[in-house]
Design a protein around this ligand. Structure first.
Ligand code: CU
Ligand code: CU
Length: 382
């Protein structure tokens, strides 16, 4: 198998480059955080003006180089990967994905680098999206420096479970394997590496969202994928940076545009290692919650805070009534101050285009957010 078939040339060329800075570890982090916490720090004048309002003393300041990272958390909210879709002789939709594991250094907060292990050179990995009953075929290649696996939360045979010692077990460096199973049950799920030692393979960044749409779909909404994650930058078994979609405070620097009155649906997943519980708290509104996303009616109604253990996930639905900037964050103050805090920017529809432009987004981001269901993509092909 040719690697160039699996990865874009641009991504491949970046793999494995320069991990040295990250090895500096805790000293860098400690100094950075101290500097950022000093009073009187000036907001970066290149930031969108309203975002600068959120530069409080307890917030990470500066900007992350998303191009160097090869991913942008704003795009990760909506960049569903539907796979290459075709139809099997029995009429079933087949979705084929290419996933490679690779070492790749990423910037998780301004100036703070982390020697990540990644799926497709990003953390989290691609947000795989399909419809219940689709056939899923994943061509997995390990171009990293350690054995890895792909373990899906879903229903499948033992051989396809991606754990050490069962079926193909750990896929060695340079190895490949094809994982294949039917997508069920519908819901908000995840996949991650299950190689040993497990906590190391998870906290290094080997995980991603696995969204299975119900066959009848869900009501139209603006949809986002949010992976609650954290990073142990000095490898002492505790996290130094917390985030949604990897980059600390990115959604505080660039508030997420939404429209007043529209239904917002969040596919929320907690993969945080080392801390037993993470949480999501929404300001100035309440939401309905679907634990694991495996039901079409809420499992919790009218709440403003939920907690998730590692690998727990669920779907949140809410609408904002009035324009404004609304905070969301982990209701563990330490996590919020170390990166896990953001804002929604709710605007009237006529102001939406301007709100997009303010944070570097366009109509395509809007389209992916509001037409994300995998059902259309399947029907478009078969
Ligand atoms: Cu691994
Ligand atoms: Cu798991």
């Amino acid at each position: 198998m040719r690697l160039s078939e699996l990865v874009s040339r641009r991504k491949f060329l970046r793999l494995g480059l320069g991990s040295a800075a990250a090895l500096l570890g805790g000293g860098v982090v400690g100094n950075s955080l101290r500097a950022q916490n000093e009073p009187g720090g000036q907001p970066d004048s290149t930031l969108p003006q309203h975002a600068a309002h959120h530069d409080v003393n307890s917030m990470l300041v500066g900007q992350v180089d998303h191009k160097r990272n090869l991913f942008d958390p704003m795009q990760m909210l909506v960049d569903w990967d539907y796979g290459k879709v075709s139809t099997l002789p029995n009429g079933q939709a087949l979705r084929e994905y290419n996933i490679f594991a690779a070492d790749h250094e990423i910037e998780i907060a301004p100036g703070i680098f982390f020697p990540a292990w990644t799926f497709n050179a990003r953390v989290p990995g691609p947000s795989l999206r399909c419809v219940e009953g689709d056939r899923i075929r994943i061509h997995f290649t390990n171009v990293g420096t350690h054995p890895h696996t792909l373990h899906f939360h879903g229903i499948h045979t033992a051989e396809m479970d991606g754990v050490p010692g069962v079926g193909p077990g750990e896929i060695g460096v340079g190895g490949t394997f094809v994982y294949e199973f039917d997508a069920e049950p519908f819901g908000c799920h995840l996949y991650h590496c299950h190689a040993q030692p497990l906590k190391r393979h998870i906290h290094k960044g080997l995980y991603g969202a696995f969204i299975i749409d119900p066959p009848e779909g869900r009501p139209p909404a603006r949809e986002f994928m949010m992976m609650m994650n954290a990073f142990d930058t000095n490898f002492d078994g505790e996290n130094e940076i917390y985030a949604v979609n990897t980059v600390g405070h990115e959604y505080a620097r660039r508030p997420i545009p939404i429209k007043v009155g529209e239904l917002v649906r969040i596919y929320l997943i907690n993969i945080t290692e080392f801390d037993p519980i993470n949480s999501f708290h929404l300001h100035a509104e309440f939401f309905d919650y679907y634990d694991h996303g495996t039901t079409l009616t809420p499992t919790l109604r009218t709440v403003d805070t939920i907690m998730q253990v590692q690998a727990q996930r669920g779907i949140l639905e809410f609408r904002y009534r009035w324009p404004g900037q609304y905070m969301f964050h982990a209701h563990v103050s330490e996590f919020a101050e170390l990166g896990w805090m953001g804002f929604f920017n709710a605007v009237e529809p006529e102001n939406f285009e301007a709100a997009l432009a303010e944070v570097g987004l366009d109509a395509e981001w809007d389209r992916r957010g509001t037409q994300g269901s995998a059902i259309q993509v399947r029907e478009g092909v078969s």
